[in-house]
Design a protein around this ligand. Structure first.
Ligand SMILES: [Ca+2]
Length: 334
């Protein structure tokens, strides 16, 4: 994982720290609970077991980092994202040389139902796709939308420059719950209370029928849907968000007990079972949270605080972004 070293190099250049507004004072020493909503049949194995942890207070960006904010970082540092760099053929034995060019994964809506077991039916590696052109060359990156096509390293580099950090999974999930203990969604137990859409997800049959009941295909401007109880926008849907924790197929069993909740847990060691990356090598996966505009109940009901997924650290896609936190002393001039 190269983000700490990269972060240091960015910091040493003494660029001014640009900090976006951070709201949401999370009370100190709070206990959160994971409740995967099993009573409603909403439960994926990787969310188990339900357990409690304690997290200290922190400040969190009120919305995912936007394209405009990422643009300021790149303008100040000259930073080049993973998707903008050439690929090393040694790391991709047997790969089509035509695909070893800078690019990223772009979602392609299909014309009809496809085999949902094969993600290649709707994901395409598009040369030239990057944070400026999330849909590929010629596509635009709208300034108030979450930045996408950023790998884990790219998120860490921004956070270091901004004088912030990426949240742990526990911190992210606590913040997403907005004070609602054990609710299925970040706003309660009902997906669309009173018929009101609360987040940018996918309605219809994935990946071919997007009914657009929420008004958006693809990403939406940050803040387009109601904030949660902590004043945080887009903790659900729109884009998945990187956290700093390595992915494990389930939560630690030892944490399932009723006492002695671990304090500020973090997964600092990669688990076995990463993504193959060359002979004898694996790419570790980090936890991503929140779900995205591509999450549909028919395929991926993961727009819930408890839901989680592992993503290879070098992956950049059009539905994955991040936001930052500040631990300790609240920021004075955010
Ligand atoms: Ca949508």
């Amino acid at each position: 994982m190269s983000s700490p070293a990269l972060g240091e190099s960015v910091r040493r250049r003494s660029h001014p720290r640009r900090v976006v507004p951070a709201v949401a004072v999370i009370p100190k020493v709070t206990v959160k609970a994971r409740e995967p909503g099993s009573m409603r049949g909403i439960f994926y194995p990787e969310e188990r077991p339900v357990h409690q942890v304690t997290v200290d207070g922190f400040w969190m960006d009120e919305h995912p980092v936007t394209v405009a904010e990422y643009r300021r970082f790149v303008a100040a540092t000259g930073y080049q994202t993973v998707a903008q760099r050439p690929l090393d053929p040694a790391g991709y034995p047997g790969a089509d040389p035509g695909l070893l060019v800078p690019g990223a994964l772009v979602f392609q809506r299909t014309s009809g139902p496809v085999d949902l077991r094969d993600y290649r039916n709707w994901w395409a590696y598009v040369p030239g796709a990057d944070w400026r052109h999330p849909g590929g060359p010629g596509s635009d990156s709208r300034e108030r939308h979450p930045v996408t096509q950023v790998a884990y390293e790219d998120a860490g580099a921004y956070a270091a420059w901004a004088g912030k950090e990426l949240p742990t999974e526990a911190e992210w999930e606590y913040a997403a719950r907005g004070g609602l203990d054990r609710a299925v969604y970040a706003w309660g137990d009902e997906f669309a209370p009173g018929g009101r859409m609360m987040a940018n997800t996918w309605q219809g049959q994935f990946p071919w029928q997007n009914l657009l009941i929420d008004g958006y295909e693809g990403t939406s401007p940050v803040g387009s849907f109601p904030a949660n109880g902590y004043g945080l926008f887009d903790m659900t849907g729109n884009v998945w968000e990187w956290t700093r924790d390595y992915f494990t197929p389930r939560h630690p069993r030892a944490a399932a007990g009723g006492c002695c909740a671990p304090r500020n847990p973090r997964a600092d060691m990669p688990a076995a079972g990463g993504i193959p990356a060359g002979p004898g090598a694996e790419l570790p996966r980090r936890v991503i949270k929140g779900g995205s505009h591509l999450c549909a109940p028919s395929y991926c009901l993961r727009y819930r605080p408890a839901a989680r997924q592992g993503e290879a650290i070098d992956t950049a896609t059009c539905h994955l972004g991040f936001r930052c936190i500040v631990r300790g002393t609240p920021p004075a001039s955010r």
